[in-house]
Design a binder for this molecule. Structure first.
Ligand SMILES: [Fe+2]
Length: 206
């Protein structure tokens, strides 16, 4: 019956790390709002993959629209998972200027940490859902990319190292409409040690 050949395992939401609900300027209620959405995306991802596995491709013409809908929805759910896992993991620090290897990369590719910060902030103000600092393996450099939703607009072969959530749920409770103040608070809570661990783990070259 089903001819979609792939395997998948159900995944479970990661636990929030301790201290994440005690950030400066970003409240527990806001982190809980993100987490609730994140749990929903994990459930959705599992559900969509189950549905995809049950699609009967022998009725091809009838199922293309269903396959399309499920796969687009999957990209939204998976984006919501990946982006939030980066977001949760790299908050809980003291912000400030990036140090270590990420500091060197930012200095090289943006000229200064202040220039990186203002470019990321502008990108976050311009986007509708996300802004990312990512390393593009083909171009061999960092860049701040804009995302309207969590599944737009990924760059292939680039690795996100900073994920700035600018959806309304990220700031409205704490800052009402002042998204810029929220972005400052986000930057003040970044944990550069975590980002440097990723730079090392992924083998991003100097
Ligand atoms: Fe969020």
């Amino acid at each position: 019956m089903s001819t979609l050949v792939y395997q998948f395992e159900e995944i479970a939401p990661r636990e929030l790390k301790p201290g994440l609900t005690e950030l400066d300027g970003i409240s527990r209620a806001t982190i809980e709002a993100h987490y609730k959405l994140y749990q929903g995306y994990v459930n959705k991802r599992n559900e969509i993959l189950t549905k995809l596995a049950a699609v009967d491709l022998s009725a091809a013409n009838q199922v293309y629209s269903e396959v399309r809908a499920l796969k687009v929805e999957l990209s939204f759910a998976v984006g919501g998972i990946k982006n939030h896992e980066i977001y949760f993991e790299h908050l809980g620090g003291d912000g400030g200027d990036p140090d270590g290897q990420i500091g060197t990369l930012i200095q090289r590719d943006f000229g200064s940490s202040a220039a990186w910060r203002s470019d990321l902030k502008a990108t976050g103000m311009a986007g509708r859902g996300w802004a990312w600092t990512a390393y593009d393996w083909d171009e061999g450099r960092l860049f701040n990319y804009v995302g309207d939703t969590q599944n737009t607009f990924p760059i292939w072969n680039a690795t996100p190292l900073v994920a700035l959530d600018v959806y309304e749920h990220a700031y409205f409770l704490d800052f009402q409409t002042d998204r810029a103040a929220y972005i400052d608070a986000f930057l003040d809570n970044l944990d550069w040690g975590v980002v440097n661990d990723w730079v090392g783990k992924y083998g991003i070259p100097k």
